[in-house]
Design a protein around this ligand. Structure first.
Ligand SMILES: *Cc1c(COP(=O)(O)O)cnc(C)c1O
Length: 397
């Protein structure tokens, strides 16, 4: 096989999947020469997304990271403050805490959802309360589309009077007892980065029931421009609004979101049917009463020494031109966040997210993944598990 053919056959982790209607919305923007941030597609995209999620309003911005930044800013996070944040996530969840001069306090995951542990959160809040330094916000994540234990987490936030922000960047379309992710906190955040379940190539959305706060978010995202004909500014703002062209792409993508969720869930179903029965393979659980969008199929390999068999599998997939990834490296282990406080799920300090990081990986999960492509992935996992190396490692468990 030539290098070029190999390239053509590459299977990506989560590639963009256009519906075909995007072009029409882009053409509309071209025909009206509305090539700017703000514009009719931006307004319509906000209304349509808020209506889908079931929130009172939305603000379209340039990225999910920008939306988190604005949410924390609106909650008054500033210099020297603390924000409790899930450790098991992508760095973009926590970076905005530092943008504002605040410090993250990291909280572990728990085994049933792989998301924020209510036990660890409870200890973090209790300790903060007793030292008289409650955090300005709690940032929960619905990782890979799986919903966190919202009832317990909301209960704790209410008990201590700390506002909740949901990083729902990976979970658009996921539900908890029938309600959409992103609608449980004071603010919810979605991302339309190129690898997410729907994309505008780059973009994000802040949602809330507080339309006044969303008005402030839009003000801050437009350089903090006061209502005056001359350019007047009394507050520092940002250039965070979404472009009208990209909002057009977002509108077409939103129309097919339910299909995309169904496709990703089907990808997950085929993996779990083919591989779920194998000794040592476990998939990310789905909490009863919730629907995960299964943005990425995530699994752990509970066989042999930590990392060994997983890394061997990742190398084999890479050789076959298949993109797979380890699970997110917990943020409290990142050099960037060295020295920050971390609350583990277990009292003895054992961290669930560290174990997941050592044993877990994500398989290609795009909504455009064909069954033939998926079978290529499945064949490799099965072959590795049938190898003498993997057989031996059963006894090492
Ligand atoms: C993608 C992602 C973000 C950031 O979104 P961008 O639009 O890329 O800025 C934040 N948090 C999580 C968990 C993500 O996966």
């Amino acid at each position: 096989m030539s290098a070029q053919q190999a390239k053509r056959n590459k299977i990506y982790l989560s590639p963009p999947h256009m519906s075909g209607n995007e072009q029409q919305y882009i053409n509309e923007a071209f025909e009206t020469n509305w090539i700017a941030p703000i514009g009719p597609h931006v307004d319509a995209f906000e209304t349509e997304l808020a209506s889908y999620a079931g929130s009172r309003g939305a603000a379209a911005v340039s990225s999910g990271t920008a939306a988190i930044h604005l949410a924390l800013k609106l909650l008054g996070v500033g210099e020297g403050d603390r924000v409790i944040c899930q450790s098991f996530t992508f760095v973009a969840t926590a970076n905005p805490i530092r943008y504002l001069g605040a410090e993250p306090v990291f909280v572990d995951s728990e085994p049933e959802t792989w998301n924020m542990s209510p036990e660890a959160l409870g200890r973090a809040l209790e300790e903060a309360a007793s030292s008289g330094s409650l955090p300005k916000a709690v940032l929960v994540v619905h990782l890979y589309g799986g919903m966190a234990k919202m009832e317990e987490i909301i209960g704790l936030c209410e008990k201590y009077g700390v506002p909740l922000v949901e990083d729902a960047a990976e979970s658009l379309g996921s539900t908890y007892r029938g309600r959409q992710s992103g609608t449980f906190g004071k603010f919810g955040v979605f991302s339309f980065n190129g690898n997410k379940i729907i994309t505008t190539s780059g973009g994000g959305m802040l949602i809330s029931d507080d339309t006044e706060a969303l008005g402030k978010a839009k003000f801050l995202a437009t350089q903090g421009r006061d209502a005056a004909r001359h350019y007047q500014h009394s507050q520092m703002g940002y250039n965070y609004r979404m472009s009208n062209l990209l909002a057009g792409v977002g509108r077409a993508q939103l129309e097919v979101l339910e299909e995309r969720v169904a496709a990703r869930r089907n990808v997950f179903r085929r993996y779990s049917e083919a591989l779920g029965g194998m000794d040592g393979i476990e998939f990310m659980p789905e909490l009863p009463g919730t629907r995960s969008n299964r943005w990425l199929t995530a699994m752990t390999i509970n066989r042999g020494e930590t990392e060994q068999l997983r890394d061997c599998l990742l190398a084999e997939l890479e050789n076959a031109n298949i993109e797979a990834r380890p699970l997110w490296k917990p943020l409290h282990l990142q050099p960037l966040f060295e020295g920050t406080t971390f609350f583990a799920h277990f009292i003895d300090g054992t961290a669930v997210c560290e174990e997941l990081f050592g044993r877990g990986l994500c398989l290609p999960s795009g909504s455009s993944l064909t069954e033939e492509e998926q079978d290529r992935v499945i064949d490799i996992v099965q072959a590795i598990f049938a190898s003498p190396f993997a057989q031996e490692s059963i006894s090492l468990r």
